[in-house]
Design a protein around this ligand. Sequence first.
Ligand code: DQA
Length: 149
Amino acid sequence: MTRADRSILVLHGPNLDLLGTREPEKYGDTTLPDIDAALGALADQLGVRVSCHQSNHEGQLVELIHGARGVHAGLVLNLAAYTHTSVAIRDALAAVALPFVEVHLTNVHAREEFRHRSMVAALALGIVQGFGVDSYLLGLRGMVRWLES
Ligand code: DQA
């Protein structure tokens, strides 16, 4: 088993760097460093490594996805607003053909209609949404369980 087999890339999309102060009635008061710390602690328990990155730039997210090939076994992605718009990120995920879980803090289907469409959902192993930080943790558990099965 190689190092890449136990490494998961976590990507946070635009505006998630503002968690903690951003619309707390929707997203709660947990900050992005809190989420990354919780993912790191769970990764230790599960015997995997996580590498967490946030970007507000579509092209940078595309490049991080390209760079995952041969380095990470799978991805946990909260693409935030790009979920609903980005053909470029969808194509990058199809190109690298790595397994990924789509996560959202909120239940996007209970929100505005423009959030109901995901450009990447059809390529995902699974989707976890509506559980706040736990969406990420459940997504990581699902990804690791899938890789081990
Ligand atoms: C989000 C939902 C998206 O619709 C929104 O654009 C976000 C966050 C979530 O985690 O609930 O920025 O991905």
